[in-house]
Design a protein around this ligand. Structure first.
Ligand code: FA5
Length: 357
């Protein structure tokens, strides 16, 4: 900028130049350039403000005021012109703004069907007075097997073959490592029975939903990672009759229809007597179909009266307590309720599955 004795004339000519440039601008980027050249950090008007000390002191206030007025006028003009660009842009791209047009629908997420089933089960059992308890998925050998009356080398361990983890424990302040309890991915939710009883005294009734893992080949009804719901009710005189009544109420509320429950003799090392729990097939109303293998019954899980060795492991007095336990597969409930034919669909990541519920 040329130094001029009449500072005000100089400012006014700058103002005219800038307003003309704004008027002639054809794009937002041109406006941006003008802004930077005059009002930006090293713009002409900012530099004028900085050099105000060069003029006689008595002229400074009037001069500064003039500069600020010009800055405000330029800012207004820039804003007006930006508004014109914005309007034109909408008109050219959208051919006008139709505020009655429906908006773009935001896609909501969905709860996974297994989450829905788990919450439903928890809700029903809570209304029957059961607490909901959780336990660790990485379990030690004692809780998963030994305390449940499945000692080392017992053939029953084969039924629950699993993924073992390498674990070494370091003694603090030493390089020595000692063997720590052997860790594994739990094969069932039953170890939480032990964990709970170690910390609580009867009477109580709990359910334990959670993920379990097994080393096995997958097919339409078997996964290597699936969910179970454990149940445990212990007190002075809890019997099989209590179990049959409670489970009957649960099934009827869960499926919303009358259900026949059948207890079939079976074997689990941690219950005695043990049974499989069957319900009448919902697909054929018990008449027999391919889903139930033409038997009219569907197997839902295992159950039984808690074995005395399990109570011994948690140091309960056998003369004072007895109770029942059960373990159901959550996926099997979901498959039955939503008529999902293949268990592998749950982990397929296919959004079309969860969008249906
Ligand atoms: C058990 O896991 C016992 N802990 C259940 C139990 C608890 C019995 C308390 C007595 C007292 P089982 O291995 O049968 O039992 O599994 C129970 C249920 O889990 C089965 O009925 C089935 O519904 C489900 N299940 C078992 N294996 C799989 C698998 N690979 N994929 C999906 N679901 C499975």
């Amino acid at each position: 900028m040329k130094k001029n004795n009449d500072e005000n004339t100089n400012i006014l000519s700058i103002k005219n130049d800038v307003l003309q440039a704004i008027h002639g601008a054809n794009s937002a980027s041109e406006l941006n350039k003008i802004y930077n050249a005059y009002l930006g950090k090293n713009g002409v008007l900012r530099n004028l403000l900085r050099s105000i000390g060069d003029i006689p002191a008595e002229k400074r206030p009037g001069y500064a005021k003039e500069i600020h007025n010009v800055i405000a006028a330029i800012e207004n003009s820039l804003r007006d012109k930006e508004g014109v660009f914005l309007e034109n842009n909408i008109q050219t791209t959208d051919k006008g703004l139709d505020i009655t047009m429906p908006g773009i629908k935001i896609k909501n997420g969905h709860l996974h069907p297994l989450t829905l089933i788990e919450r439903r089960i928890e809700h029903i059992f809570s209304s029957l007075g059961f607490g909901v308890v959780e336990g660790p998925e990485v379990e030690d050998e004692w809780h998963n097997f030994d305390a449940l009356n499945i000692p080392k080398n017992h053939p029953a361990r084969d039924m629950w073959d699993t993924f073992w983890l390498r674990s070494k424990q370091k003694i603090s302040n030493s390089k020595k490592q000692i063997p720590s309890p052997r860790l594994l991915l739990r094969t069932h939710t039953s170890p939480v029975q032990i964990r709970y009883m170690e910390m609580h005294e009867p009477p109580f009734r709990i359910i334990v939903p959670g993920k379990v893992y097994r080393f096995e080949a997958t097919d339409a009804s078997h996964e290597l990672q699936f969910n179970q719901v454990e149940g445990l009710m212990v007190g002075k005189d809890i019997s099989v009759a209590n179990f049959k009544y409670i489970i009957g109420v649960f099934f009827e509320r869960f499926f919303g229809t009358k259900i026949n429950v059948r207890l079939r003799a079976s074997y689990f090392p941690f219950t005695e007597p043990s049974f499989e729990v069957d319900i009448n097939c919902l697909f054929c109303s018990g008449k027999g179909c391919s889903t139930c293998g033409h038997s009219g019954w569907l197997e839902m899980g295992g159950a039984g009266m808690v074995h005395s060795e399990v109570f011994n492991a948690v140091k309960y007095d056998l003369k004072l307590v007895q109770g029942f336990a059960f373990g159901f597969g959550l996926e099997r409930f979901a498959m039955m309720k939503y008529r999902i034919p293949d268990i592998r669909l749950f982990n397929s990541g296919d959004i079309r599955l969860s969008q249906q519920f």
